[in-house]
Ligand binder design. Structure first.
Ligand code: HEC
Ligand code: HEC
Length: 310
């Protein structure tokens, strides 16, 4: 008998013995459990099959001789036979080609699965759940939620105390800083603050009606900027009434579709800033697409509460 068969038998018997000792011979044994018996049966079958498949191929290597027609190419004595392409291989190759064409033309475009799409769907579903759960919260709880959004998203630029970190971003404890008002009056503003593209004209578009529509002067700009930055009080009231009230209203509280509230923060204004971002004399603030509607409302309520000193 060829040595290889002997080795096969030895390996098979050894493995079966180990299996027997570790499972059947151990305390408790198989316990008549049908699932365990199936598992053991499978293990035995695997051992036997593997051993004999290996033996078959090793034998083949030992005794097989090559036949067929040799090609003319020859590399350092290593030749090559003319062999027909194996049928299974050819079928697999063709099937892969057909599948690839199907996938390219129909499979992908029609099913149009994309990871980004799946992510967006998941986010939308989550937001729906979120908004349903928190739809009814108002007042204190809304402000609290807003504070946590602020700490997570806005603190990096506006600072823990929302004071704009020494001028790096807007100070949100006051509605408007002097420098912001002054810059806007001189250069105009186009930040979608009303939610639509309705810009404020620059200084050449602003006329001082108190003086028969004379262009606004540097001194008047300083005065009116101080007036707005002081919470609509002090000198400059005169300029404000002559130039700004037409759009911003008598008290600066703004008019829908015409001009935003510059006397106090309100939820609509902050939400518009979050939706569109803001570019001004201080710098640029990014839009916050990743916050959902309720979170925007909440953080806006928090900003509103800050300047009220709550
Ligand atoms: C023709 C109408 C009009 C007049 C007059 C006008 N504004 Fe405005 N103002 C607007 C509009 C519209 C916006 C919003 C622009 C935007 O979306 O960025 C705005 C925005 C502002 C802002 C920016 C608010 C912010 O949060 O950044 C300030 C400050 C302001 N106006 C101050 C004034 C002052 C002070 C005057 C008078 C000197 C004045 N405006 C006159 C229409 C006007
Ligand atoms: C990358 C830095 C950055 C982040 C993050 C940021 N902001 Fe801003 N924000 C700014 C800057 C800069 C300005 C001033 C823009 C200007 O007018 O020049 C500003 C302006 C604002 C204004 C407008 C103030 C005004 O007077 O019109 C509001 C409101 C605001 N931010 C709220 C928020 C909220 C709420 C968050 C968090 C969800 C936030 N910001 C996150 C940089 C930032």
């Amino acid at each position: 008998m060829n040595k290889i068969y002997l080795w096969g038998v030895i390996v098979a018997v050894t493995m079966l013995t180990i299996t027997y000792m570790s499972v059947i011979g151990s305390k408790g044994g198989l316990n008549g459990d049908i699932v365990n018996m199936f598992a053991i049966g499978g293990a035995v079958a695997l051992v036997v099959i593997i051993v004999f498949v290996i033996i078959k191929f090793v034998r083949q290597m030992q005794v097989d001789t090559a036949d067929g027609e040799l090609s003319e190419d020859n590399w350092d004595g290593i030749g090559e036979y003319y062999n027909a392409i194996p049928k299974g291989w050819a079928i697999m190759y063709l099937a892969t080609m057909v599948y690839a064409m199907w996938y390219f033309v129909i499979g992908y475009p029609v099913n149009s699965y994309s990871q980004i799409g799946e992510y967006n769907e998941d986010v939308a579903a989550h937001n729906k759940k979120f908004e349903k759960k928190y739809a009814s919260i108002t007042g204190e709880r809304l402000v609290d939620m807003g504070e946590s959004v602020f700490l997570a998203e806005c603190k990096v630029c506006h600072g823990l105390a929302a004071d704009g970190i020494d001028g790096s971003a807007a100070d949100l404890n006051v509605r408007l800083e002097f420098r912001t008002v002054k810059d806007v009056v001189i250069n105009g503003s186009n930040n979608f603050l009303l939610g639509s593209e309705n810009p404020m004209p620059d200084r050449y578009g602003l006329m001082n009606a108190n003086k028969d529509y004379a262009p606004i002067t540097d001194a008047e700009i300083d005065a009116v900027s101080a007036y707005v930055a002081n919470g609509m009080s002090g000198e400059g009231a005169d300029v404000f009434n002559g130039t700004c009230t037409a759009c911003h209203g008598e008290d600066g509280k703004g008019m829908e579709y015409v001009a935003p509230n510059i006397a106090a923060f309100d939820i609509t204004l902050v939400t518009n800033v979050l939706n569109h971002g803001k570019k001004g004399s201080i710098g640029s603030m990014p839009a916050f697409d990743r916050l959902n509607a309720k979170q925007k409302e909440a953080v806006s309520a928090y900003i509103v509460s800050l300047s009220k000193g709550e």
